[in-house]
Unconditional design. Structure first.
Length: 246
């Protein structure tokens, strides 16, 4: 049987580096967006570094929890220019901002986003392929018309993808039943987000839990080394060479 490694996660707004780490680990990544939307969560917001500390960038989607992620509409496009100006203000002096400016400027100003799920998925796909060079196949959970909830839903999608290995996020420990995967003939692995090396980052102290934008603007085409590359050469991890803030 041909190996087919699969991960299933809800989409996130400009995700942190760990999101792309798990994308790198699999052959197929399924966006689980036909589940309940949670407010004040990574679905619609993320953090960047600023001279005054961490700053949340939040997409205005309202507080209604009675909807699925794929049904969350973005009605006011004014936030797009506001977010881009905030990113520009705080990262324009980062070493590699100029290299990626047009790429991200197009994502923010090149079109009007009216669906949170569509935006999150498109931004993630493009960053994965065009910046990290990943050829992982992306799917939407709705492509598989899954049934059930929580573990039953995950198992249904896993089986419909033809997965031989399922890579789970560590938070799923609370409801995953390893025996169910054994019965289905699917290997179960948990993603470990520990051990990431620090990289040269503006505005210390260092913080891992920020949008991947921070990593990209600060490390450029070496970004992959700080996500998964350091594991491939554990005896020679990337060096976080410091630089003076401008």
């Amino acid at each position: 049987m041909t190996s087919h490694r699969v991960a299933i996660l809800q989409s996130s707004y400009i995700p942190w580096k760990g999101f792309f780490d798990i994308v790198h680990d699999v052959d197929e990544f399924v966006f689980l967006d036909n589940v309940q939307f949670t407010t004040r969560d990574w679905r619609s917001r993320n953090r960047i570094k600023t001279p005054n500390g961490l700053l949340w960038l939040s997409v205005p989607v309202g507080s209604d929890r009675n909807r699925r992620i794929c049904d969350v509409a973005i009605e006011d496009p004014a936030w797009q220019e506001k977010h881009w100006k905030t990113i520009l203000h705080n990262y324009s002096k980062a070493p590699h901002f100029a290299t990626y400016r047009s790429f991200f400027e197009d994502l923010y100003l090149g079109r009007h986003w009216d669906s949170l799920s569509a935006m999150n998925q498109e931004m993630t796909r493009r960053i994965a392929a065009e910046i990290f060079g990943l050829n992982t196949r992306f799917s939407d959970s709705r492509d598989y018309q899954p049934t059930g909830a929580k573990l039953e839903l995950i198992l249904d999608i896993v089986l419909k993808t033809g997965a031989t290995t399922y890579i789970s996020g560590p938070a799923a420990h609370d409801y995953i039943e390893p025996g169910r995967f054994d019965e289905a003939g699917v290997d179960l692995e948990y993603k470990n987000y520990q051990g990431y090396p620090e990289y040269p980052q503006l505005h210390p102290p260092f913080e891992h839990a920020v949008s991947v934008l921070d990593l990209i603007f600060n490390t450029g085409d070496a970004a992959w080394r700080y996500v998964w590359g350091w594991r491939e050469s554990p005896d020679n991890p990337p060096l976080a060479e410091g630089y003076l803030e401008c």
